[in-house]
Design a binder for this molecule. Structure first.
Ligand code: ADP
Ligand code: MG
Length: 257
């Protein structure tokens, strides 16, 4: 049997802090298949972002550790993978749209070049073609006058516009797994819908498995096939969206819905 695209199995993540050990993730388990969208839902502090960081291999090794559990990508174990190998995966196979776009963008490189770089490095496009494709995808994510704004720097963009630039960069990568951590929280409803359409379009085109971390139940119902409900670093309930909306089994889920 072929392994799932991504499997998270009994994952534990903890932080050593001055006040002791913080157990942020306590046995997270889910599978993601090709072309599938799952939503991870849970209140603030329930371990959603830390789970995403563990999958990406971007936990701070100074403070974070994974005492047990497994994360496999196409059957390959990611827990304990060398930083060099993890970086390679991050480039092409697993990508993430962060909550905070400012920290993900380089302040001294214009936004257009940052998008174009994705096409150059990961798709091997020529400089000219990369620029053209960058302008096109910037237009797609709703940046008006994309060609004129190509040379702007991140600080010249609003929070929402920076978010769109980061989304454009990740769409350019066409990753096998895309984790979107509350990607549209800072955006207005119309743009949110546009972005979700784009992500779905990417998924139809490339079979990307999408992990959508969100509070927005409207978004969940319209794009996800499955919901994983998290509470205190654990899965409270998971299942098909329709079934869970119709008959949530867990009191916590009922409260959330
Ligand atoms: P959310 O579900 O809101 O995304 P997080 O995954 O960011 O929650 O956080 C889960 C828990 O882990 C929280 O209690 C948070 O305080 C803790 N945590 C996250 N990052 C760190 C860190 N660098 N050091 C210590 N604790 C952390
Ligand atoms: Mg978070």
């Amino acid at each position: 049997m072929t392994p799932p695209l991504l499997r998270v199995d009994n994952l534990h993540v903890q932080f050593s802090t001055r006040d002791g050990i913080v157990r942020a993730v306590n046995g997270m388990t889910f599978d993601l298949n090709e072309g599938e969208t799952i939503a991870i839902l849970g209140e603030s502090g329930s371990g959603k972002s830390v789970t995403a960081q563990a999958i990406m291999g971007i936990l701070d090794p100074e403070v974070a550790s994974i005492p047990s559990g497994s994360i496999t990508f196409r059957g390959e174990e990611l827990v304990g993978l060398s930083e060099r190998k993890h970086r390679k995966l991050r480039g092409t196979d697993i990508a993430m749209i962060f909550q905070d776009a400012l920290s993900a963008l380089n302040p001294v490189i214009c936004v257009g070049d940052q998008v174009a770089e994705m096409f150059r490095v990961h798709a091997g496009a020529s400089r000219k073609s990369a620029k053209q494709q960058a302008i096109e995808v910037m237009g797609h994510v709703g940046i008006p006058a994309a060609a004129q704004r190509y040379g702007d720097y991140p600080h010249q963009f609003s929070g929402g516009m920076r978010q769109r630039i980061m989304i454009a960069m990740m769409i350019a990568l066409k990753p096998a797994v895309l984790i979107a951590d509350e990607p549209t929280t800072a955006l207005d409803v119309t743009v949110q819908a546009q972005i979700m359409d784009l992500l779905k379009e990417l998924q139809r085109e490339t079979g990307t498995g999408l992990i959508l971390i969100t509070h927005d139940l409207g978004v969940v119902a319209s794009v996800a096939e499955r919901i994983v409900v998290m509470y205190s670093g654990r899965v409270m309930e998971q299942g098909d969206v329709d079934a869970m909306y119709a008959h949530p089994a867990n009191p916590y889920t009922i409260g959330l819905l």
